[in-house]
Design a protein around this ligand. Sequence first.
Ligand SMILES: Cc1cc2nc3c(=O)[nH]c(=O)nc-3n(C[C@H](O)[C@H](O)[C@H](O)COP(=O)(O)OP(=O)(O)OC[C@H]3O[C@@H](n4cnc5c(N)ncnc54)[C@H](O)[C@@H]3O)c2cc1C
Length: 414
Amino acid sequence: MKRYSAFAIAREALRFHSGWERAWRNPEPKKKYDVIIVGAGGHGLATAYYLGRNFGITNVAVIEKGWLGGGNTGRNTTIIRSNYLQDPSAAIYEKARSLYENLSQDLNYNVMFSPRGVMMLAQTHHEIRGYQRTAHANALQGVTTEFISPQKVKELCPIINLDGPRYPVLGALWQPRGGTARHDAVAWGYARACSDMGMDIIQQCEVKAVRQNDGKVVGVDTTKGAIDGDKLGLVVAGHSGVLADMAGFRLPVESVALQALVSEPIKPCMDVVVMANTVHGYMSQSDKGEMVIGGGADGYNNYTQRGSFHHVEETVRALVETFPMISRLKMLRWWGGIVDMTGDRSPILSKTPLENCFINCGWGTGGFKAIPGSGWGMAELMAKGQSSLTEEFTMSRFKDGKFIDESVAAGVAH
Ligand SMILES: Cc1cc2nc3c(=O)[nH]c(=O)nc-3n(C[C@H](O)[C@H](O)[C@H](O)COP(=O)(O)OP(=O)(O)OC[C@H]3O[C@@H](n4cnc5c(N)ncnc54)[C@H](O)[C@@H]3O)c2cc1C
């Protein structure tokens, strides 16, 4: 695969862009692989990438029922941060955030990581205490955050209204190296690098059954036929319960639709990410100028990848108090994705009751930010049978009562 470079852009400009290669191959499945990953979202592709890069395991298939990145990875609002409360969470999210810093260079693909800073507004006294506690925890974990005053909030985000009638802004938890990245580019960059290592990304191929023999996984049945594999990674976000059922075990996750919307593009007016968890909304401005606005999850389980009017109304109504200028914007589009929520709002990266079958799920409303760290840890878990990044995120913690409670840090905010 040719490397992308300034020289390549100049060369292709001179020959009318006729020389670009396809970014990834479109192969037919082989009969057998060392590792099969189900789900070509960010987490599945990153797992495959680090299996090859860190462990030299390249006889890998990534099987995707639709198109790569077409699940939640291509539907999220792209917020990246690592200001979580519990140590295992801070470790994996900070690993991910730090990998994002150089991901474009590592993948030779511009993922447009923009560490513009993320603030989580404190709009009640309870939130002030909660975020101050998180700032202290982050200091111990080596994650750079600070609790800032309302005046500093206004300085960083001039369009904000500090004196809302119901919920004035009382301060914020500020992570200066948090930010955003281009979600599709993250999936495309990993896919290109995986394909370059000889891995097969098989799109439009749905896994219909998990085959096992004597308690061990032996392969999967797909719409493109049977594929054998020594190890299987299930990385399918909102469809984790469906795949777990095929593999013969139950998961403590619920699948619900999470929605977001964007406004018409406007001139640059906001160069930070703001999350307002009390009123249940968050906002940033995309490079195209759209205001990217996210809200909450549906209150009932479902598999509809769609938006709904009542969510738009609730989210915008809540945010208008803090950002009065958005009341004058037109909405451009809105959508939904199916997220997989655990009871403690932390993910599962774990072995399963089926030998050589591993699961990565439960990222809920906030897994985009974790993609590089999750892939790094999951690859280690699959290659070596253990990883310090994933060891607390077992399935069995729900049986043993060892929850990693992030409901405050992750329940609403992304
Ligand atoms: C509206 C919205 C906003 C969000 N905002 C943020 C945010 O700002 N920051 C953040 O960190 N996170 C955010 N998230 C969460 C984040 O998008 C997800 O946690 C993350 O993208 C999950 O990635 P994934 O690779 O696990 O799943 P996905 O990208 O969903 O990939 C799973 C893939 O598995 C495939 N699949 C399913 N079943 C099968 C099968 N039987 N056979 C083959 N393939 C199958 C699917 O087609 C899909 O492509 C948001 C999510 C949504 C919906």
